[in-house]
Design a protein around this ligand. Structure first.
Ligand code: S3P
Length: 173
């Protein structure tokens, strides 16, 4: 089985992915970490040195590579759906879970972790940046996902629990 987690920065992809991987004895790959390790630089440095469009190309390449594996949970970067190629790949995949968080949830969660998030480097206007990014991305997350989980007002265990129920009921295949 493969599980692909998508969603905005701060929606919980990595934390939830790690817990699920332990519970299900699956491998977890965090795509940002993988890119950082591959290029031996931080995501912020990657954006500065090579630009966002090159980052998006590398994300798609890595996604394609990872999808060849089995028994894997893929925690994507929040902007994976910025690339049309990635959306097309995700659309035909099963088990693409969108962790859907509201702007407020995201802003509250991200306030303490803006570093190494180049898309949020305008720290003064974080609310406007999140609003504008989310409005341009919302439909892309929706189109790319096969399951949507509302993560607002839920703790990590509750979200993990919902995913486990989907597995029990064979909604995730
Ligand atoms: C990005 C999200 C980040 C990372 C990069 C760009 C985005 O991943 O890939 O900073 O454009 O939303 P997280 O969602 O893991 O923070």
């Amino acid at each position: 089985m493969k599980i692909i987690l998508i969603g905005f920065m701060g929606s919980g992809k990595t934390t939830i992915g790690n817990i699920l991987a332990k519970k299900l004895s699956m491998n977890i790959i965090d795509m940002d970490l993988e890119i950082e390790n591959k290029f031996s630089i931080s995501i912020s440095e990657f954006f500065k040195l090579y630009g966002e469009s090159y980052f998006r190309e590398k994300e798609v390449e890595l996604l394609n590579e990872l999808l060849k594996k089995d028994n894997i949970i893929i925690s994507t970067g929040g902007g994976i759906i910025e690339s049309k190629k990635a959306i097309d790949i995700l659309k035909v995949e099963k088990n693409v879970i969108w962790l859907n968080a509201s702007n407020n949830t995201i802003i509250n969660r991200l306030e303490s972790e803006l570093d190494n998030r180049p898309k949020l480097k305008d720290k003064e206007n974080i609310e406007l940046v999140v609003e504008s990014l989310m409005s341009s991305r919302y439909k892309k997350y929706k189109d790319s996902s096969s399951i949507i989980i509302d993560v607002n007002d839920k703790n990590i265990e509750e979200v993990v629990g919902e995913i486990l129920v989907y597995i029990d009921k064979n909604v995730l295949l």
